[in-house]
Write a protein that binds this ligand. Structure first.
Ligand SMILES: Cc1cc2nc3c(=O)[nH]c(=O)nc-3n(C[C@H](O)[C@H](O)[C@H](O)COP(=O)(O)OP(=O)(O)OC[C@H]3O[C@@H](n4cnc5c(N)ncnc54)[C@H](O)[C@@H]3O)c2cc1C
Length: 404
């Protein structure tokens, strides 16, 4: 029977892309997005341009609000509170039941809270939604002491943005340097040192407790007994995939809603995409769950093809970017694993890093202000082209030529 209706729970990058791709592929049936946040918007600017006030709420919408009416896509500002995979149907917060031929779960995740005393305090902030960014912007004032726990992508970006507000920033992470799995040791160290060069205080330590006194001053106690005082505390330690709906309705979950390569969950009527989904290969291997913008977009495209029983698109090696202290960081593939790590330097400064497998294939690449290089590296990875370690390290070699 031809597909006549689809309900998408969650209108982030993944849910929005699924709807857009369904229409682009000619799906003319009933299409509904349910999201308590309403019209889909982009999250990466929340720690960058939006936080800084360089773009407003309208400018970070994924598309003009009018587009949804033009495309006959209904956006319902509500939360899905129950899922019945058999029907299939979803129940909204006000009790409305929506039936559809297929349901797509694109519910993303929530910011991970610190499992320590004080980690749940309402004054300990997180950054996942526009509302979180608005609140953070309000409290960032000149001279304010901001402590950020977690120096990964979001923590580092907020540290950089907060300096523009005149905040005094302390960045706490148990690892020195953080981000090695994403960009390799050498670039991770250069990026971490940039914080110091720009006036951020770095602390390596494990927080064990957060407390707040009557005046609103927070104290973060570290495992070595030291403590850091701050007016504002932000935790940026990743997300917890939103699996509650799926788990409650009996779908397989394991740090994500488990899906096959067509984004189908363990129930044939339900699909999952974006940050909330985790791929389980046919041999049972669980892939690492991705928490990146492009992955959300790619899985949105894949689910549209799967629902329409069209050929699944192929996507290249996974890619991410991040911006801090005026530099642009990109990474592709995986820098984590065996093989040889190669660094490319320019005037003695590391600008790119590569991981080459023992078979001589490029497995991962990261670069600072090297978007074109990363794009070329991605082509090399996708084509499985053997690489030469000396050429990768040589800044005079144009990677584009190696990718041909
Ligand atoms: C501050 C910040 C900066 C980032 N910067 C970068 C970056 O520089 N580069 C990069 O690659 N990635 C970045 N990311 C990650 C990227 O934004 C995410 O990977 C991407 O947004 C995931 O999209 P998604 O649609 O899967 O989930 P989300 O964007 O989280 O969307 C999920 C949606 O589901 C809705 N929802 C949840 N529960 C329900 C429910 N029960 N019913 C209905 N709707 C529900 C939520 O309201 C939300 O709108 C950043 C993320 C953040 C928060």
């Amino acid at each position: 029977m031809a597909l006549a209706s689809v309900v998408i729970a969650g209108g982030g990058m993944a849910g929005f892309t699924a709807a857009k791709s369904l229409r682009a592929k000619g799906f003319a049936g009933k299409l509904t997005i349910v999201d308590p946040e309403g019209i889909p918007y982009d999250r990466p600017p929340l720690s960058k341009d939006y936080l800084l006030g360089h773009r407003d709420a309208e400018q970070i919408q994924l598309i003009d609000a009018g587009w949804f009416a033009d495309q006959d896509i209904e956006v319902i500002e509500s939360k899905v509170v129950d899922l019945d995979p058999e029907a299939p149907a979803v129940t909204l917060a006000d009790g409305t039941v929506l039936h559809a031929d297929k349901v797509v779960l694109a519910t993303g995740g929530t910011a991970r809270r610190l499992p320590i005393p004080g980690g749940q305090l309402p004054t300990v902030l997180e950054l996942r939604t526009k509302q979180d960014a608005d609140h953070l912007r309000q409290v960032l004032q000149p001279g304010i002491r901001l402590a950020i726990i977690g120096a990964g992508l979001i923590g580092a970006e907020v540290a950089s943005s907060a300096l523009s507000f005149g905040a005094s920033v302390t960045l706490i992470d148990p690892v020195d340097p953080p981000l090695v799995p994403a960009v390799g040791e050498v670039l991770a160290r250069r990026l971490h040192q940039m914080h110091v060069a720009n006036g951020v205080k770095l602390v390596t330590g494990i927080p064990t407790e957060i407390s707040v006194d009557a005046s609103g001053q927070h104290a973060i106690t570290l495992a070595d007994g030291s403590s850091i005082l701050a007016d504002v505390v932000l935790v940026g330690i990743g997300i917890v995939a939103d699996t509650a709906l799926a788990a409650a309705s009996g779908l397989d979950t394991d740090n994500g809603i488990l899906v096959d390569e067509s984004q189908r969950t363990s129930h044939p009527n339900v699909y999952a995409i974006g940050d909330t989904a985790r791929t389980r290969l046919s041999d049972g291997t669980l892939l690492r769950r991705a928490e990146h913008w492009e992955h959300a977009m790619n899985t949105g495209e894949t689910v549209a093809a799967a629902l329409l029983e069209a050929q699944l698109p192929t996507h290249g090696a996974s890619w991410f970017w991040s911006d801090r202290h005026g530099v642009h960081v990109e990474g592709v593939g995986s820098m984590l694993g065996d093989g040889t790590l190669v660094t490319r330097e320019l005037d003695g400064i590391p600008v790119a890093a590569f991981r080459v497998t023992d078979e001589g294939l490029l497995a991962g690449c990261a670069a600072i202000d090297g978007g074109l290089l990363v794009r070329a590296a991605r082509r090399i990875i996708d084509k499985n082209k053997p690489v030469n370690v000396e050429q990768l390290a040589d800044p005079t070699i144009d990677l584009k030529k190696l990718a041909r």
